[in-house]
Design a protein around this ligand. Structure first.
Ligand code: NAP
Length: 246
């Protein structure tokens, strides 16, 4: 159980982040449902959690902005006194072959996926060090582990997340803070719904289990990493991908 733990989940208005928020709340955590633009969807997540007897609050913040991320963490600490669990899940794609990829699309993906995670960890690190406890869980991707044609920007951001995860683990382990990454394979969300059928079919071919995963598959791993049972696990990248990366 995660009774009374304070959890911040970035990008929790939709998809994987939404499922993580609902799952952590179902285990007793108070969940800060962060989002960027989807106010109504974030409020829906909060309502769903509250209807099930849980506690949650939606907080808007563009995590790619250094000072906005600082304000998010300051707000949570002021309101709730601490942060026990940080899940860096917010992410975007701007797929294209390298030859056609614009500088703008490269920067946008790196800024949200990689710098966003840096910003959030940076601005909660002092508080977690003071607490001498904390769980940092970063959502990477098989693309960051294996690379993927058409995703130079995204793969770089997700490989970068793995570097951050391991460095933070080394810096903070002695203070009771764990830092791990979850690397999902292809998961049914808005992000993959936009892929052309031919791309989806080719992706499915590469998955030993021959199917996409569900948001639940990822949320249950995140909940485990946030739990007391996972207290001796740090610096790891756990692939939840139907066997794709091995
Ligand atoms: P999604 O359905 O597109 O949802 C993305 C979420 O991120 C939304 O809640 C969105 O908020 C939020 N977000 C985007 N930019 C943000 C920003 N600058 N600040 C704060 N929040 C922001 O994506 P998903 O498929 O659930 O993916 C979630 C994570 O898993 C991402 O990091 C993704 O890279 C990773 N992942 C996904 C898959 C997959 O197959 N789906 C595979 C591997 C890894 P708004 O609604 O407000 O825009």
């Amino acid at each position: 159980m995660l009774t009374d733990k304070i959890a911040v989940v970035t990008g929790a208005s939709r998809g994987i982040g939404r499922e993580i928020a609902v799952t952590l709340a179902s285990k007793g955590a108070v969940v800060i449902v962060n989002y960027n633009g989807s106010t109504a969807k974030a409020e829906e997540v909060v309502k769903e959690i509250q209807a099930a007897g849980g506690r949650a609050e939606a907080v808007q913040c563009n995590v790619s902005d250094f000072s906005e991320a600082a304000r998010l963490m300051e707000y949570v600490v002021k309101q709730y006194g601490r942060v026990d669990i940080l899940v860096n899940n917010a992410g975007i794609t701007r797929d294209n072959l390298l030859m056609k990829m614009s500088e703008e699309d490269f920067d946008a993906v790196l800024n949200t996926n990689l710098k966003g995670a840096f910003n959030c960890i940076k601005h909660i690190s002092r508080q977690m060090l003071k607490q001498r406890s904390g769980r940092i869980i970063n959502i990477s991707s098989v693309s960051g582990v294996m690379g993927n044609a058409g995703q130079v920007n995204y793969s770089a951001s997700k490989a970068g997340i793995i570097g951050i995860t391991k460095s933070v683990a080394r810096e903070m382990a002695s203070r009771g803070i764990t830092s791990n990454a979850v690397a999902p394979g292809f998961i049914d969300t808005d992000m993959t719904a936009v892929l052309p059928d031919a791309v989806k079919a080719a992706a499915t071919e590469q998955i030993p289990m021959k199917r996409f995963g569900s948001t639940r598959d990822i949320a249950s791993m995140v909940a485990f990493l946030a739990s007391d049972e996972a207290g001796y696990i740090t610096g790891q990248v756990i692939c939840v991908d139907g066997g794709m990366a091995m």
